[in-house]
Structures are given as C-alpha cells and as structure tokens.
Design a protein around this ligand. Structure first.
Ligand code: IPM
Ligand code: MG
Length: 358
C-alpha cells in the first residue's frame, strides 16, 4: 500500500497522553506487519500554541495538513481559554476547512466491559452514529448585536441544505448496507422544527428509494434517548444532525461502558482532503497528568484510521488486541472500574500485538 503520511495533533490535556499511547501501539503494529508503513509528523498545535502565538494553529495550518493522508487528533480545550476559541481555532477549523462532513461514531458493548444497562450483552448494543459534521446547528452562522447593552441579541442560525442532507444520508445508507442488520434510523425533531428538520425527513425518504435493501425508521430526538436506553437491540446505524448526534453519541458512548472507549472518524468520503480520527472524550483536564486516561478510544480511533487508509488487516489486528485486553479484565483504567494506568493498558495492547501472528 506504500507509505501513509499521518499528521498527529495531540492538542490539549489528556489528548497528549492518549495520542502518545496510540503512536506507541501503531509502532508495535508496524513491527509485526512489514507491509504497513506509517510516517508520522507531530504538530504542537493547541492551547499552549495559543498562549504563545495568539493562534491555536498557524495561519497556514490547513495548508500544512493538506498533503497528509490522515490526521490523528487528541483533544482541544483548556480551563483558561474560552471553549469557542479553542474549538473554532483548531478542531472545527479542520473539520470545516476539509469538508469532513461525515462524523462516524461506533458504539459497541465490547466483551469484558460492564455497561450501565441491565441484561444487555455484547452484541445487543452495536451501533454507529453518523453525525452531519459541517452544517446544521454548528454551521457557525449567527451573530451578536447591541453588545453589552441590556438589549443585546445573540442568534445561532441552523443551516440545512439539500446537498448537505443528501450526502450524509447517502453515506449513512451505504454504511447501513454494509452491516449485517442493514437498518438505518433517522433522528430529527420535525414536529417542532418545521423547516430544516422537515427538509431532513423529505430528503431521507427520497434517498431511501435508492436503498431498498436497507430497512428504515424515524425517531424524534427526545424519544430516541429513551429508545437507546430501553430497546438497544432495535438500533443499528443512526443518522442525525450535528447537534442531535453530538448529544446522542455521548449517550451511546456512556451506554457502551465509558466515554473513554468511544472513537470518532471525521471523514471526507470523497477523499479530496485528509480525514481526521480522534477519541470522542475531549481534553479531560480533571484527570490530565495523572496517567489514568483510558487510551482505548484513541486506539480504536487509530483502527478506524487504518481502515480508512485501506489497511483493513492491520485495523482488525488492532481491534482484536483491544478486545482481548478488555475481555481479560485485569488491566482496565478507573473509568472501567479498574486501577490500571494509561501506560499499563498500552503495554498490554502492545504485548498482544507483538505476540500476534503475522
Ligand atoms: C464532540 C465534541 C465537540 C463537538 C465539541 C467540543 C465542539 O463535543 O466531538 O462531540 O461537538 O464537535
Ligand atoms: Mg460531543
């Protein structure tokens, strides 16, 4: 497959810890897979860069990233800098600048993990949340007027385009088609929001005609939260807007055992730009520096990255090492009820990779 060029951006907080762990695991994987070649360049962008230069990344940051095959991203966010500055200055700037319109978040109850739901076994909870990642409620449109006055107004304008709806739905249908259950659930709030959400409903119905082999249903977002908790087996692939899927994917991750497990792919499915892979959990400054962050979400994100790069076999081997580590149950971080450190979990996954047959 040739050499894959990876831009690593550890960013802030535990992002630094889990990306370092992920790079170690990728090294261990390469040592056992002679055909796999990753060339990693690390960028020190994030809040420290902001404190130093007034920018989360250099002005030509996107230009610097454009030539890479993928971006391996940690997290952004720091207690002393407003969240909208850190996010729009780096992560969202990359998602939007590279038109990574498909945000893909698998959530699966893995063997050995005890989720919070009673009587739910591995296999009962196996979802992929597909989140529209460039428009909707997070398009960035809106503004503030009469600043500082009692009459001040802030607007946040949700933007939904037919093109934006159609492309994310086609992506979600293709994904659903590739999975055994072949089921896709559309989430909106079209009873209360009668413009953009109805455009979502209508576009979904149109796109569905091209996928007769995929079974579909619809759920309003509030009802969806209860369905995820009460009837997890009834779900497979879920497609929702930027805001709704942001919320539902956190719930999905918690229901699958821990926020420390959930991975994300921010994809440009047309491959015009590099796609970005990151754990869902964020910078976690309450546990930063303690060495106890769960690195599994970062490893799983690396597996998604390998899959995107056409390295399916390496991805499967990494997932297998992750699953065996969790199933053994003796080396788990505190979020999963264990007392292991990030380094110990990393060591275990590396050891399993080293022992696996090529
Ligand atoms: C996530 C995060 C981010 C997002 C925030 C921090 C902007 O919550 O990846 O889900 O919603 O994109
Ligand atoms: Mg979120």
């Amino acid at each position: 497959m040739g050499t894959h060029r990876i831009a690593a951006i550890p960013g802030d907080g535990i992002g630094q810890e889990v990306i370092a762990a992920g790079l170690e695991v990728l090294d261990a994987l390469q040592a056992r897979a002679p055909g796999l070649r990753l060339e990693v360049q690390t960028f020190d962008w994030g809040s420290e860069h902001y404190r130093r230069t007034g920018r989360m990344m250099p002005e030509n940051g996107l230009e610097q990233l454009r030539g890479f095959d993928a971006i391996y991203f940690g997290a952004v966010g720091a207690p002393d800098i407003p969240d909208d500055v850190t996010l729009w200055g780096l992560r969202l700037a990359i998602c939007q600048g590279f038109d990574q319109y498909a945000n893909v978040r698998p959530a699966r109850l893995l063997p050995g993990v005890r989720g919070p739901l009673r009587d739910v076994e591995p296999g009962d909870l196996d979802w992929v949340v597909v989140r529209e990642n460039t428009e909707g409620e997070y398009a960035g449109a809106g503004g503030r007027v009469h600043r500082g006055l009692p009459e001040e107004v802030g607007t946040e304008l949700a933007i939904f385009t037919r093109k934006g709806c159609e492309r994310i739905m086609r992506f979600a249908f293709e994904l659903a088609r590739s999975r055994p259950k072949k089921r896709l659930t559309l989430v909106t709030k079209s009873n209360a929001q009668r413009h953009g959400m109805v455009l979502w409903d209508e576009t979904f119905a149109q796109v569905a005609r091209d996928f007769p082999d995929v079974s579909t249903d619809k759920e309003l977002v509030d009802a969806m939260t209860t369905r995820m908790v009460l009837k997890p087996r009834s779900l497979d692939v879920i497609v929702a807007t930027n805001l709704h899927a942001d919320i539902l994917s956190d719930l999905a991750s918690a229901l699958s055992g821990s926020l420390g497990l959930g991975p994300t792919a921010n994809l440009d499915p047309e491959r015009r730009f590099p796609s970005m892979f990151e754990p869902i959990h964020g910078s976690g400054f309450d546990i930063t520096g303690k060495g106890v962050a769960n690195p599994i979400a970062s490893f799983w994100s690396a597996a998604l990255m390998l899959e995107h790069l056409g390295e399916g076999e390496a991805a499967a081997r990494l997932m297998d090492a992750i699953e065996r580590t969790l199933a053994a149950g003796d080396v788990l971080t505190p979020d999963l009820g264990g007392s292991a450190t990030t380094a110990e979990v990393t060591e275990r996954v590396c050891a399993l990779l080293a022992g696996s047959n090529v």
